[in-house]
Design a protein around this ligand. Structure first.
Ligand code: SF4
Ligand code: SF4
Length: 204
């Protein structure tokens, strides 16, 4: 699935200590493996919408302009793939917290909705759940249709997500926010979301 440029909050990875690129890759692979064990629902939800979250192409969100924001360290998974092009952006050019100093990596999918699913980004694997930190500091996973320029039938029709998908996704996000950069970005987006007062559903 492809997320719009508005979905840029989900960055994660190096956790609190310095680790080598090889160790980082192994950590990412473990996260990918965990998420490979679960699916949002027990059927191909792409048939409901024509895989719109991979290949949305309307209005100001042209498919060629859509990118996925990677979590820190995830870029290491994309060294040699024909399915993705990887770029980096100075965080000053983005609406990111000022504390964020490192380059932000993004991928473009070359042929959506087709890709190498073994290395699709964490944002794709955990969609449509979005991490959110409440005012009392609790991590939640939410559904928020205001985050995307398209309509996701899972959210629209209140289709129940698999419990194991919700639990594993929560566990993964708990790990990811141990990276201070990730934590500050999710906190930043959470406060902005609350200030907009457009409403969202807390799943866990
Ligand atoms: S990585 Fe794959 S699943 Fe994710 S948006 Fe791109 S084409 Fe879709
Ligand atoms: S139903 Fe939602 S999550 Fe599933 S493919 Fe469509 S937009 Fe993506």
């Amino acid at each position: 699935m492809k997320l719009s440029v508005t979905l840029k909050y989900l960055i994660g990875g190096c956790f609190e200590m310095e680790i080598t690129a090889e160790e980082m890759k192994k950590t990412m692979q473990k996260i990918y493996d965990l998420l490979d064990e679960v699916t949002p629902v027990n059927f191909d939800c792409g048939v409901l919408c024509g895989e719109v979250c991979c290949a949305y192409d309307e209005g100001e969100y042209r498919n060629k302009d859509l990118v996925l924001y990677l979590l820190p360290g995830e870029e290491l998974m994309y060294e040699d793939s024909d399915y993705f092009d990887v770029y980096y952006i100075d965080p000053k050019e983005l609406d990111y917290p000022r504390s964020w100093k490192d380059d932000v990596f993004i991928v473009e999918c070359n042929n959506p909705p087709h890709c190498d699913r073994s290395i699709r980004p964490i944002q794709c694997r955990t969609f449509p759940l979005v991490p959110h930190i409440s005012k009392d500091g609790q991590l939640h996973l939410i559904l928020d249709e205001n985050e995307f320029p398209y309509e996701c039938p899972i959210i629209r029709d209140h289709i129940k997500l698999n419990d194991d998908f919700v639990q594993v996704t929560y566990k993964v996000w708990k790990m990811l926010i141990s990276n201070p950069n990730v934590y500050s970005l999710i906190l930043f987006d959470s406060r902005r979301r609350d200030n907009k007062r457009k409403g969202y559903e807390i799943v866990i």
